[in-house]
Ligand binder design. Structure first.
Ligand SMILES: [Fe+2]
Length: 581
């Protein structure tokens, strides 16, 4: 490798999706050699133990320098082969089964760990493409982002009966390498492409991980000393050594605090103080999807009559639409004209305000806001975005990294804590060819910075998704954590989306009268210095620590820093000293 470490693009992709496609690792000659041996031997497995003269190319794959280079960074040095390599689909019984994987409940032996810039994906499947695999060819499939799923994957997604549009099959070329975290939900479908492509899969785990047994003759049964014969079944269960077939998986001890018993029918027992709440009135597929992707679409919230009323109001008020600034951020792939908006929808004259006021405190929306971020959210007077053909796109913005607490997505003990949510009501259909809203699903949990090419849509890396919607749908997105923006508008009809932004109970979103020390504290602040005033201000919109007065200390002196970063949302932040003015 001609570089020290994976690029931010590669880290971002693996972190957000749980997989990484590395094209062209093997050259055509190497692929042809591997295929010729497979043709010759007809061997589907045991390829590492083929006769001398045939096994060498497969043994080289086991420790291919590029693979090792990636696994050292993704899993950590000291990784091991967990299972002998196999051609995906060579055992027909493995096809069209429910997918396996997902991070809830957690399996530490395959899990994705990330802390303070250090990553350990404890299980990784390395798939070598020995044939081209077209999209929708069947074969290996996965559900992106599920290495970070906090919510159990619904059975319908695993079985494929209702995959919520999430399951993917990755198109590959001969010689490509696909690295997939083993905590990602994955499986194999019957091949549709004929002849069946050859995908050769090796499963690796981090050092020390106990997952599978080997094939050596002594792995059959754990040898026990004579004194084990005097132990009870429960006592023997605690005295097992890993790595043998009769101890992998280990025996389960069922406990209730008073008794212990073994139960071979229970693969794992891990009690919790929390119970799933069947009376929460939360649709569990919605909850899973929101946690996984950072956005959610509710269908048909508005009926025809309501839609008609809202669209009629806009037809009448069309001349009040104001064209704002171009939101392309200067990127040619997003270029176009300024964004047209109709503002202050709730205070329009009667009867035009009525269809928009119905959107406020709507039970269908409020219930989602409550489970997404907790009660106490507030909003303001929303705008209609009315992009016309040629209106610019919006540069993609926000992401899980860098962290900004006032906009973050956190999941803890069964609850979603999302501090900033936008609900967009669609008054017209939005199809992919029209442009409009797009996002990077899963980016609300990103641990790496969003690559510039993704933000500009110049290099979307297959990560950016357009969200198709129908008139009457409502889109929710974690607007401060999920990387999102818009494609330039290309539709013949104008876009009509009502954006209602909600702030959590915990953080201020934009200035206000009570930001000023005098307003907040009255006479208490009289005569204070600038440094003192800086800490007497009310809650303000802070943009990554750069847009509020803050204190610096140097050589024992405290000074106020008023320097501003970009993206200021509050007009109530001072730009310089105030004392005495
Ligand atoms: Fe935004």
């Amino acid at each position: 490798m001609d570089r020290d470490q994976m690029s931010n693009e590669e880290n971002y992709h693996f972190d957000v999706t749980g997989f990484l496609h590395v094209p062209g690792v093997l050259n055509p000659g190497e692929v042809a050699r591997l295929n010729a041996i497979l043709d010759e031997t007809g061997s589907d497995d045991a390829i590492l133990s083929l006769p001398e003269g045939q096994r060498e190319p497969f043994r080289e794959l086991l420790i291919h320098p590029q693979l090792v280079w990636y696994l050292n960074q993704i899993t950590g040095q000291g990784f091991n082969l967990d299972r002998l390599p196999e051609l995906i689909g060579s055992d027909p019984r493995s096809l069209d089964q429910a997918l396996e994987g997902g991070a809830e409940p957690r399996d530490s032996g395959t899990a994705y760990f990330f802390k303070n810039g250090r990553r350990h994906c404890e299980g990784v499947r390395a798939i070598w493409a020995l044939s081209d695999v077209s999209e929708n060819a069947g074969g290996f499939v996965l559900v992106p982002h599920t290495h970070k799923a906090n919510v159990e994957i619904p059975e319908d997604v695993l079985s494929g009966s209702d995959d919520l549009g999430l399951t993917r099959q990755i198109a590959l070329k001969e010689g490509d390498l696909l690295l997939v975290g083993l905590s990602i939900a994955q499986g194999a479908l019957a091949w549709k492409q004929k002849p069946a492509p050859r995908l050769l899969s090796f499963e690796y785990v981090g050092r020390g991980v106990i997952r599978s047994t080997g094939t050596g003759p002594i792995t059959t049964s754990m040898p026990r000393p004579d004194w084990h014969a005097d132990l009870t079944e429960e006592q023997r269960a605690t005295q097992h050594q890993p790595g043998y077939r009769d101890t992998t998986p280990p025996p389960t001890l069922i406990t209730d605090g008073k008794t212990t018993r073994t139960d071979p029918t229970v693969p794992r027992f891990h009690p919790s103080i929390y119970c799933r709440d069947a009376n929460s009135a939360i649709d569990e597929k919605e909850f899973f999807f929101w946690d996984l992707c950072g956005y959610l679409v509710l269908r048909n919230v508005m009926n025809e009559a309501w839609l008609g009323e809202a669209n009629d109001a806009i037809d009448v008020l069309e001349d009040q639409i104001v064209v704002g600034t171009d939101t392309s951020g200067g990127h040619t792939s997003l270029a176009g004209t300024g964004r047209p908006e109709l503002r202050q929808l709730l205070s329009l004259p009667e009867p035009y305000c009525n269809p928009f006021r119905r959107m406020i405190a709507h039970p269908v929306v409020e219930h989602r806001l409550n489970w997404m971020g907790g009660s106490g959210v507030r909003t303001g007077n929303p705008s209609l975005f009315a992009s016309v053909k040629g209106t610019s796109g919006h540069k993609l913005h926000t992401n899980g990294e860098p962290i900004n607490p006032s906009r973050q997505y956190v999941f803890q003990n069964g609850r979603s804590y999302c501090e900033a949510i936008t609900a967009t009501w669609q008054l017209r259909d939005v199809n992919e060819e029209d442009g409009g809203f797009c996002c990077v699903p899963g980016s609300h949990k990103a641990n790496y910075q969003v690559p510039p090419g993704v933000q500009s849509l110049d290099e979307p890396m297959g990560l950016v998704k357009h969200i198709d919607m129908k008139a009457g749908d409502v889109l929710f997105f974690a607007d401060g954590a999920n990387c999102h923006g818009t494609y330039p508008w290309k539709g013949e009809l104008s876009r009509r989306g009502v954006l209602i932004k909600y702030s959590s109970r915990t953080f201020n979103r934009s200035g206000g009268d009570l930001v000023y020390p005098q307003n907040r504290w009255g006479d208490v602040v009289e005569g204070m210095t600038d440094a003192q005033l800086a800490v007497m201000r009310g809650p303000d919109r802070d943009n990554f620590g750069r847009n509020v007065p803050r204190l610096d200390v140097a050589d024992g002196e405290v000074t106020v820093n008023y320097e501003r970063g970009g993206g200021l949302y509050s007009a109530d932040t001072p730009t310089g000293p105030l004392a005495g003015r």
